[in-house]
Design a protein around this ligand. Structure first.
Ligand SMILES: [Zn+2]
Length: 202
């Protein structure tokens, strides 16, 4: 049984289920760093790894089976550390909270991690040509710490000749981001058609 259906039946209320990164991007698009921008790539670093999402022309990328936007599992180096997904060298194994902690304030170690993030963003540029890249969680913190290195790295590695105008921003909504995105998603049908949405499951 689908999770939304099970919740709906148990609660006798309409239920909707969303991927956390998609909800984070939805919140940033509605009220945060990506407000008013319709082609956005989002990367969020948390204790569980790196979540990713892409908004393309105002529509959230979902993919054929719902796994679109799993950018944390983008391969960065084939001989890298083993990832929870069973492969090796994914973005979230090469750049994670543990490695950031280990880097501390050491410039060369932070620059190496910034270079990994720049390579990932450059790859996403090739795929999506975004107007804005939003970085949340520890990736936002790394961006604040090494902004010049990341932006220079993206410019150096990006495919587009005009990569100079690519905008990168730190996520703006903080700890409530996922709840804001979830609320936006849950209430969207009601807001779109207040008279046509049942407030209890039928
Ligand atoms: Zn992986």
């Amino acid at each position: 049984m689908r999770l939304a259906t099970a919740l709906q039946e148990a609660l006798d209320l309409p239920a909707t289920v969303g991927n956390d990164a998609n909800l984070g991007l939805r919140a940033e698009w509605s009220y945060g760093a990506a407000r008013g921008v319709d082609t956005v790539v989002y990367l969020n670093g948390s204790a569980s790894g790196i979540g990713g999402a892409a908004l393309i022309g105002g529509r959230m990328l979902r993919g054929g089976r719902g796994y679109g936007g799993e950018f944390g599992h983008m391969m960065i180096r084939s001989d890298g550390e083993r990832c929870s997904c069973g492969r090796a060298g994914c973005l979230e194994t090469e750049l994670n909270a543990e490695r950031l902690d280990a880097a501390g304030h050491e410039a060369s170690a932070l620059d190496a991690l910034a270079g990994i993030l720049a390579a990932a963003i450059a790859n996403l540029e090739v795929a999506f040509d975004p107007d804005l890249v939003v970085l949340g969680g520890y990736l936002g913190a790394l961006y604040d710490e090494r902004r010049a290195a990341i932006e220079t790295g993206v410019r150096d590695l990006a495919f587009r000749p005009d990569a100079e105008d690519v905008a990168i921003a730190r996520a703006a909504l903080g700890g409530n981001r996922l709840l804001i995105g979830a609320a936006e998603r849950a209430f969207a049908p009601l807001l779109a058609d207040p008279a046509g949405v049942a407030l209890r499951a039928l």
